[in-house]
Design a protein. Structure first.
Ligand SMILES: *[C@@H]1O[C@H](CO)[C@@H](O)[C@H](O)[C@H]1NC(C)=O
Length: 311
């Protein structure tokens, strides 16, 4: 049970609602944190050029005082793609927390850009919290977002991505494992995909060395990247986009790993494994629209004055 609690808090790259045992969990891994230099970002990345990630959405809770918790990517004017565990974290009592907002069009999650609300979500039906599998979902913006040169959806690639492919991860996650605030400015990490079999073994070995349980890596549904110790994803990067550097198409969603940048691979949901789910989700806004229209029309059928308007 102890390990079970520990890995859940440590693995998912978001920062939601840390419970009482997080203090012990931190102490458990603190020897690794000391090797991480404080000057590193994402961990080990560099600030994104303004406007270079016009698809990046900062997800936050709260009103005047916003608290950042995950990243996401704009894939249509109304749809934000993110990790399933990011959606789960803000979904209570059958609905999204009302103070959930997205901010797009700025490299600073706390200021600038456009902030908008959400009217619903779709989470992958086979999303597994315990094994962190099928870790993706979509948030539906309350209204279409006006596109500008600083606000643009990201194209997705459904081609299977292999090993040694240059990729770029972009996020507002912590720049050090045990630093408290998230990065105020968006950070890029230029990294590469690694061989699946190496990833499976490295993750097993790291978990064993740390004496904690890690879920098995599923290469058909997850992409692994590795740069070097001191360069990797950290808490708050969950849900953020991983892009191929050649085509600038999104291929992955930050999912889990060993916080932070301790020299083990980082795991991403493999976008190409979820083509149908994502493409169906992208059509949701119009489905909602059609359904509402039909409701409207059904109402009209009950009103004799309007009956001729029904096809
Ligand atoms: C919305 O998210 C919650 C939490 O992940 C999930 O239980 C629910 O099924 C999602 N709704 C849809 C329509 O997928």
């Amino acid at each position: 049970m102890w390990n079970f609690i520990v890995w859940k808090q440590l693995f998912l790259y978001n920062c939601i609602i840390i419970s009482a045992s997080s203090v012990s969990a931190k102490r458990d891994l603190s020897i690794f944190f000391e090797h991480v230099s404080p000057r590193f970002h994402i961990v080990g990345g560099t600030p994104s050029d303004p406007g270079s990630a016009p698809y990046m959405v900062a997800l936050s809770l709260g009103g005047t005082v916003k608290s950042f918790f995950c990243g996401g990517s704009l894939i249509t004017t109304e749809t934000v793609l993110t990790a399933g565990h990011c959606v789960e974290a803000v979904h209570f009592g059958g609905r999204l927390i009302p103070s959930l907002h997205g901010t797009v069009g700025t490299n600073h999650w706390m200021r600038g850009g456009v902030t908008f609300g959400f009217r619903g979500n779709v989470t992958h039906p086979q999303y597994s919290h315990d094994e962190i599998k099928n870790d993706l979902g979509m948030l539906l913006a309350a209204a279409p977002i006006h596109l500008t040169n600083l606000i643009q959806p990201v194209p997705l690639s459904y081609d299977l991505i292999g090993e040694n492919v240059p990729v770029k991860a972009t996020g507002w996650g912590k720049t050090r494992a045990n630093s408290s605030p998230h990065s105020e400015v968006l950070i890029d990490l230029y990294t590469s995909t690694i061989q699946s079999s190496t990833c499976v073994l490295d993750v097993q070995k790291t978990a064993m060395d740390l004496g904690i349980y890690a879920p098995p890596v599923d290469p058909a549904h997850e992409i692994c990247t590795f740069h070097s110790p001191g360069h990797g994803m950290c808490n708050g990067d969950s849900g953020s986009a991983l892009l191929r550097r050649d085509s600038l198409q999104q291929v992955g969603i930050v999912s889990w790993g060993f916080p932070c940048a301790i020299g083990a691979p980082d795991m991403y949901t493999r976008v190409s494994a979820y083509r149908d789910f994502i493409e169906d989700g992208k059509k949701l806004p119009s489905h909602f629209f059609i359904r509402n229209l039909q409701k409207q029309q059904n109402k009209n059928t009950q009103n004799p004055d309007n009956i001729f308007y029904v096809p």
